[in-house]
Every structure is written in structure tokens, then in C-alpha cells.
Design a protein around this ligand. Structure first.
Ligand SMILES: C[S@@+](CC[C@H](N)C(=O)[O-])C[C@H]1O[C@@H](n2cnc3c(N)ncnc32)[C@H](O)[C@@H]1O
Length: 422
């Protein structure tokens, strides 16, 4: 076995990152873009004690499930993982992935996992991209710092692709490290954020981009507007949201609306109920639900997101929501309310034990857990299931053509029996 040599292997399984799995030299090998049932030639790129990794070179025997990816960069770019299988198969893969993880890590009945909520448009959906820059713009090749130059990203919306085209015309990329493009689907506003390491040719950037965007922002220790306004806006049904350069906003607006509708359905709110929305970002979930309950408290660590949340509250004329700026791990120790429903939408790391214990202490009638990582979700649900019934687990496809899957879970408080002493 020699690094960078070419070998041949049969692919026998598909892993949770959309990679083909084979067995060679008594070790497991992971090969992106290889499918079950295929025999492939691969370049050996990583040798570890327990496993190997390879790069697909040629397909000797192809799977019937293979389709031609619409993106010319698919085989090199690290952005998408599943564009070589049909959308139906992508959905089956994601449902199975959640089932497998739950079966492996929990005692939860996998029949509670419902059909995945699919996308209408599996391309042109992303409203935000982070481009790497080094005399050219593109995405990192998987697991490397090598840039794959692009002139289009098939899963990003038209606004983003228009800007990528313009960026390719810039005279100089000197001192530009990264460029983030945010482009609202329904309001058609575009923000370009340029992360720098020194002086940049601002006039060339403004000349090329200003006719297409509402906002150009430079980041050099702080955000500075160099053209237009400091935010863009997006619409979700009849609500408007402001999005700043650094604050989180769901990358697939259309699917986010479906996700929030699902939360609304699970919450089944009553006028007198109090909701706590933990990890609230720019306040989108809380604002979406606020019309149907007594009041909402949102908690978020990112100051810019909290500022946006407060502006969003004003923008939409909503008065029954308050935002607390702070770390959920600390804020949860003293919420000073007795919530009927707690919604959590944490980052990939999930919830720590202090948060889980506090959720059990507050005993809300319902918890709605939104997760972008089924593994930490499974771990946390197993702990919560001591006090909560898991009622419904619904995967939502927020990220078509990638291996990522969002999951929403509805939990109801276990009723404690009444004991009569005799
Ligand atoms: C997955 S996003 C959810 C955002 C929001 N619920 C939405 O739908 O747009 C997770 C959010 O948690 C925030 N966050 C991460 N760690 C946090 C912490 N320890 N305390 C509070 N907020 C945190 C991030 O800034 C981010 O806005």
C-alpha cells in the first residue's frame, strides 16, 4: 500500500457524508462520489491506522443509480456530495441516514421518523455562499486549501451567480481572503462582504458590483460599509427580516418557511402560552410564532443577530417578543419565566448537560428541537426522553445535493401519575 498510488476496489456501502465505502488492505476506505455496486479505480490520499481515504479516478463498473451531475465542478468542488444520484435517491439516503443514526445511538422507535420534507427546487436555492479567494474566486476542493475556480454555483440563487460572474472580472484580488455573498430570494437584495488582510482596490469593486447589489461591506477587524446600506432584507410569508453581514439566516428561505410551518404545527399554540426560543439568531422562529401566543423570549449569543432581531421586531410591528443577548448555557440558569414551550435550534454541537438539565427543570409542556446534526440530536433526545415523549421526528431537506439534513423533533412532557396513599 503506497500513498498516491492507484488501486481498484468494489464499493459496498454509502457513509453518512455521502462517500462510497470499500474494503482493501484489510482496512475500510472512503471514496467521495463512488456509489454502492460500483467498481472504481482510486488514488490513495490518506492512510490512517483504522481507515483509508481515496479520490475517485475512473469508474470501471457503474451503478444504475448514477446520474450526470449538472455542475461541471462537482467532481472537484467540496460543496456538494450527492449530485450524482437522483433527487428521490437523495431523499431516501437522508431518511435512512437519520434512521440508522437513531437506531445506533438511541432506544427511540425509528417508526417515529416521518417522511422527509422535500425541496421544490433542488438547484438555485442557496441564499448565501462563502467564496475562497487567491487571485481567483472559488470553493475549496474537499479537505484541501486548493481553490476550485468557479464561474457559477448550481445550487446558489441567480443573485449569487450574477455576482460570481462580476467578481471574475475584478482587476485585483490583492488582500482579499474571502467573499461572502448573501442574496435574498423573495426581496432580491444582495450583500457582498469582503474579508480582507490589508488595503483593497475598493473603487474597482464598487465599479463592478454596485449596479447589482444593495450593499458592499469590507471586514478588517470590523464591518465597514463601502457601498449602500449595512443590511439586506428577506421576506417570509408576511414577515420581513433584516440580515446583517455576520448574523445567521437560514440558507434555504423556501425550505425555512416549511420548517417554521412545521414548528407552528407542532407548537399548536394557545393565546395564553409563553414560548422560549433558544439560539434564536435574528429572531425568525419566535417572530413567526409570536402572533399565535402570549409572548416569546428569544436568546442568542451573537450581538449583531440580536440587534437584527430587535429591528425585525420593530419592522414587523410585533410587541410580544423580547430578545436576550447572551450565551444560552448561562442565560438558561435563570429565565425568570415558566415557559409552556421551549424551542431549541443549536449549532452542530447540540445541547450540553446544563441545558438538558435546565429543560427538565423548567418542564415546558412541549420542546421543539431543530437540529442540523442528527448525531448530537440523537444523543440529546436519548437524555431528554427520560422526561419527554418523542412524538414526531421529521427530517427536512434544507440542503439538496449535499449530505446534510435538518431534523425537527416534537417532544411532549411525560405526565407523572397521581398516587393515592392508603
Ligand atoms: C442554527 S442557528 C439558528 C438560528 C435561528 N433559530 C434561525 O432559524 O434562523 C444557531 C444560532 O445559535 C447561535 N448560538 C451559537 N452558540 C450559542 C450559545 N452558546 N448561546 C446562544 N446562541 C448561540 C448562533 O449565533 C446562531 O445564530
Amino acid at each position: 500500500m503506497t500513498l498516491y498510488n492507484i488501486y481498484e476496489v468494489d464499493i459496498v456501502a454509502f457513509d453518512h457524508q455521502g462517500r462510497g465505502i470499500g474494503k482493501i488492505f484489510d482496512k475500510t476506505i472512503f471514496i467521495p462520489n463512488a456509489l454502492v455496486g460500483e467498481t472504481v479505480k482510486f488514488k490513495l490520499t490518506t492512510i490512517k491506522k483504522k481507515y483509508l481515504e481515496g479520490e475517485l479516478v475512473t469508474i470501471l463498473k457503474s451503478s444504475n443509480n448514477r446520474i450526470k451531475p449538472i455542475c461541471p465542478y462537482f467532481s472537484e468542488c467540496g460543496g456538494c456530495d450527492l449530485m450524482h444520484i437522483s433527487y428521490d435517491n437523495q431523499l431516501k439516503y437522508k431518511e435512512n441516514k437519520v434512521k440508522e443514526i437513531f437506531t445506533k445511538f438511541t432506544t427511540i422507535n425509528p417508526s417515529l421518523i416521518r417522511n422527509i420534507v422535500s425541496c421544490n427546487d433542488i438547484y438555485n436555492y442557496r441564499n448565501k455562499v462563502t467564496l475562497q479567494v487567491n487571485n481567483e474566486v472559488g470553493f475549496y476542493k474537499k479537505k484541501t486549501n486548493e481553490i476550485v475556480k468557479i464561474s457559477k454555483c448550481s445550487i446558489s440563487n441567480d443573485g449569487i451567480n450574477k455576482i460570481i460572474k462580476e467578481l471574475n472580472k475584478l482587476k485585483s484580488f490583492d488582500n482579499i481572503k474571502q467573499i461572502v455573498i448573501k442574496s435574498s430570494k423573495f426581496n432580491n437584495e444582495i450583500m457582498v462582504v469582503i474579508y480582507t488582510s490589508g488595503n483593497i482596490d475598493e473603487s474597482d469593486i464598487i465599479k463592478n458590483l454596485s449596479k447589482h447589489v444593495s450593499s458592499i461591506i469590507k471586514y478588517d477587524n470590523s464591518y465597514q460599509v463601502i457601498y449602500g446600506k449595512p443590511y439586506i432584507t428577506e421576506k417570509m410569508n408576511d414577515l420581513e427580516f433584516m440580515i446583517s453581514p455576520s448574523s445567521f439566516f437560514q440558507v434555504n428561505t423556501e425550505q425555512a418557511i416549511k420548517l417554521y410551518d412545521l414548528i407552528l404545527k407542532f407548537a399548536d399554540l394557545k393565546d395564553d402560552e409563553i414560548i422560549v426560543d433558544l439560539y434564536c439568531g435574528t429572531g425568525t422562529i419566535g417572530l413567526y410564532l409570536s402572533h399565535y401566543c402570549k409572548n416569546v423570549i428569544g436568546v442568542e449569543v451573537n450581538e449583531d443577530a440580536i440587534q437584527d432581531a430587535n429591528k425585525n421586531k420593530k419592522l414587523n410591528g410585533i410587541n410580544n417578543i423580547d430578545f436576550i443577548s447572551g450565551d444560552v448555557t448561562k442565560v438558561i440558569n435563570d429565565l425568570r419565566v415558566s415557559p409552556d414551550i421551549i424551542i431549541v435550534d443549536p449549532p452542530r454541537s447540540g445541547l450540553d448537560d446544563n441545558i438538558i438539565n435546565n429543560l427538565k427543570k423548567y418542564k415546558p409542556n412541549k420542546i421543539i428541537y431543530v437540529s442540523c446534526n442528527p448525531i448530537t440530536l440523537a444523543r440529546d433526545l436519548e437524555k431528554l426522553s427520560e422526561s419527554y415523549n418523542i412524538e414526531n421526528i421529521t427530517p427536512v431537506d434544507m440542503f439538496a445535493n449535499t449530505y446534510h439534513v435538518e431534523v425537527v423533533v416534537y417532544l411532549s412532557l411525560k405526565k407523572v401519575g397521581t398516587y393515592i396513599s392508603i
